[in-house]
Ligand binder design. Structure first.
Ligand SMILES: Nc1ncnc2c1ncn2[C@@H]1O[C@H](COP(=O)(O)OP(=O)(O)OP(=O)(O)O)[C@@H](O)[C@H]1O
Ligand SMILES: [Mg+2]
Length: 381
């Protein structure tokens, strides 16, 4: 059965009334987002914290209506507390050298909540404008390579709707809670956190209060990350709420944009770059994933999706080209098997490509080129 469109689901929800205004919830502007993927639907309803209890029956009703629609396998509805895009907080003061500058109360104004993760020296988002280009695979292997190079590394799965970290690192159990903070799971030398550790893939997502953006915030603020050299953040596809939350709530050191060499993916990569520029997050550079294919039998190299497109696009955007990752069966098998290639076959061609990427990323975040949260939006190497 085909998956219904977000628009058709939105129309179906018009039968539900907003108890406050009496209008239908779509007209009342309560339906903030609706995402459909393979018959799995996630929707968020806008509320404020004071109204959360009163909105709970509406949330349940929305979930029921969505679950009844043809083609829907599972529906999850959460209440979100944030109110549209808030202004970007002022960046923390520039720091020299290693750039560990952010902390509570940075910037004038005072009323803004303190930035999260003050003990993490560098925070790097792995993003793209498009789904399925290999962000999670890059994020996991980049993190593993950095750890193998001797850094203390965390890996945060910011994909609340479709977490992939548990599968990719082969670990999934409920984290221990100590002093009201969750202890990240250890895998492949990394401290890992994903909403997938807290909810089963198929269960509706209700986690510690029904606030979805809260979920991402909690995975930063209520997790005992400790003092990390670098936190790699695997971003969800697109340019939505999670990106905004990250840009606003932590001092992101920069973003690594992943693209395949195809034109269509490059257009999305461009959108990804623009989004980070808009939120004042430096773009560390662009990685070309699935750059070329080497036949495992004869070693013949073919450029399945073209080759070099991302390098040219990076140049056009004034961003650094950070490297290319070949399309390799081993990378896919290792990722799906929960044994990232950078750890399970460190001498392989794939691992070497991630290793080179990790070295360049580390140079960029630890060198003087990128003062944390300051400097040009696009940083040249
Ligand atoms: N270089 C590569 N060689 C072979 N397979 C790859 C490579 N990079 C990624 N893959 C495979 O492609 C698929 C999609 O990758 P991945 O889940 O990392 O993409 P994503 O951009 O994070 O997707 P989403 O947008 O859904 O989060 C996975 O099966 C992964 O194993
Ligand atoms: Mg992913």
């Amino acid at each position: 059965m085909t998956t219904p469109s977000a628009d058709s689901l939105r129309s179906a929800l018009r039968e539900i009334k907003d108890p406050r205004s009496g209008q239908d919830i779509v007209a009342a502007g309560l339906l903030e987002g609706i995402h459909v993927r393979d018959g799995m639907v996630q929707a968020s309803l806008l509320t404020d914290r004071a109204q959360a209890a009163a909105m709970e029956p509406v949330r349940r009703q929305v979930q029921e209506v969505l679950a009844r629609q043809p083609g829907v396998r599972n529906a999850t509805v959460v209440l979100t507390a944030h109110k549209g895009p808030a202004p970007i907080p002022p960046r923390p003061a520039p720091a020299g050298g290693h750039g560990h500058s952010h902390g509570p109360g940075s910037g004038p104004g005072g009323a803004k909540p303190p930035l999260l993760l003050p003990d993490v020296k560098a925070i790097v988002a792995v993003a793209s404008g498009k789904g399925g280009v290999g962000k999670s695979t890059v994020a996991v292997n980049l993190a593993v390579s950095l750890a193998r190079q001797g850094h203390k590394v965390g890996l945060l799965d910011a994909d609340i709707y479709g977490p992939s970290l548990p599968r990719m690192v082969g670990v999934s159990r409920k984290p221990e809670v100590r002093n009201e903070k969750m202890i990240p799971l250890q895998a492949w030398g990394l401290s890992c956190m994903s909403i997938g550790f807290l909810v089963d893939e198929e269960t509706p997502m209700i986690w510690r209060g029904p606030m979805v953006m809260g979920a991402l915030e909690q995975m930063m603020g209520q997790v005992e990350w400790g003092a990390l050299d670098i936190l790699i953040v695997d971003m969800p596809p697109g340019t939505g709420d999670a990106q905004l939350t990250m840009a606003q709530r932590v001092a992101l050191t920069g973003a690594v944009i992943v693209s395949t060499p195809q034109d269509i993916a490059l257009i999305d990569a461009r959108r990804g770059v623009k989004m980070f520029e808009k939120t004042n997050v430096p773009v560390l550079g662009v990685v070309e994933n699935m750059s070329f294919f080497c036949c495992p039998n004869c070693g013949h190299r073919s450029d399945i999706f073209g080759h070099g497109g991302a390098r040219e696009e990076a140049k056009r955007l004034g961003a650094e080209f950070l490297g290319e990752i070949p399309l390799l069966l081993d990378i896919r098998v290792a990722a799906d098997g929960g044994t990232p290639i950078a750890a399970s076959a460190p001498e392989s061609e794939g691992a070497k490509a991630y290793d080179a990427l990790a070295r360049r990323v580390w140079e960029k975040v630890s060198g003087t080129g990128v003062a944390r949260g300051a400097g040009p939006r696009i940083v040249m190497g």
